[in-house]
Write a protein of this length. Structure first.
Length: 247
């Protein structure tokens, strides 16, 4: 085995080892429908981190004399909108993005320098090899440079759907941390939609819905898994080569 082939073999073995468990799982599920994940508490998932944001000083609740209104209250009558941990609200995902950018730059420059002495005093009286000793052109340079750059971006994305989310955390200033996950299985393909972020109770409408544009620190993920998604992904070896090969 040549020394130059060792890195390639090691990379192949590494890719095989990393994808071994995944390959076994895929082989065991041939001909089976992809299983839906169980409903779980998102706060108990590995990697879950409670949201920490700058909070104002808590407002002291007080009652005015001869008044049913309480300072700091958002409504006179209690409604059914989400307001505490465990409540459910509907998020209307309405994401439309379109961008068209075109840039073009052109540059061109040409220069020429030519200097010399064509005739010394008395050079016409010389002949033979003596005349060839005299300098002619001392400096002669030519240069030309040009560049032409073009770039364009055309992007259009649209996602419109609804997903129910659960309030997972209540921040000290009253804002709600919500997270919702939706899975839909069609034949042998599962589509996943995940929405998470921070919402204000005032932005929740009377029908207990909120638009995704009013979610702060929004995290929206839409994708899938199954036979179609698996075919669209490059093989493990190809992914390793794309990372390691410098050309």
């Amino acid at each position: 085995m040549s020394p130059s082939s060792r890195p390639l073999i090691l990379a192949t073995l590494l890719a095989t080892g990393l994808g071994g468990c995944s390959s076994i799982d895929r082989l065991s599920s041939i001909g089976e429908r992809p299983a839906l994940t169980a409903i779980e508490n998102p706060t108990t998932q590995p990697g879950y981190k409670p949201v920490q944001m700058p909070m104002p000083k808590p407002e002291v609740v007080s009652y005015n004399a001869n008044s049913l209104w309480r300072n700091g209250s958002r409504a006179f009558f209690k409604d059914q909108r989400a307001r505490q941990i465990g409540d459910i609200l509907t998020i209307t995902v309405n994401f439309t993005d379109k961008a068209n950018i075109a840039n073009q730059t052109q540059r061109s420059r040409t220069s020429k320098e030519d200097s010399g002495i064509t005739d010394f005093a008395g050079s016409k009286l010389l002949s033979g090899s003596a005349a060839s000793v005299l300098p002619g052109r001392i400096l002669s340079t030519d240069s030309a440079s040009s560049s032409d750059g073009k770039g364009s971006v055309a992007r259009q994305e649209a996602l419109q759907t609804n997903v129910a989310a659960v309030v997972t955390q209540l921040l000290p200033n009253g804002n709600l941390v919500v997270e919702g996950k939706q899975e839909i299985r069609v034949n042998y393909e599962i589509r996943e939609l995940i929405v998470a972020g921070i919402v204000r109770p005032e932005d929740i409408q009377s029908d207990n819905t909120i638009d995704s544009s009013k979610i702060a620190q929004a995290r929206i993920a839409y994708g899938g898994r199954g036979q179609i998604s698996d075919v669209q992904q490059p093989r493990y070896g190809q992914q390793v080569m794309d990372v390691l090969l410098p050309f």
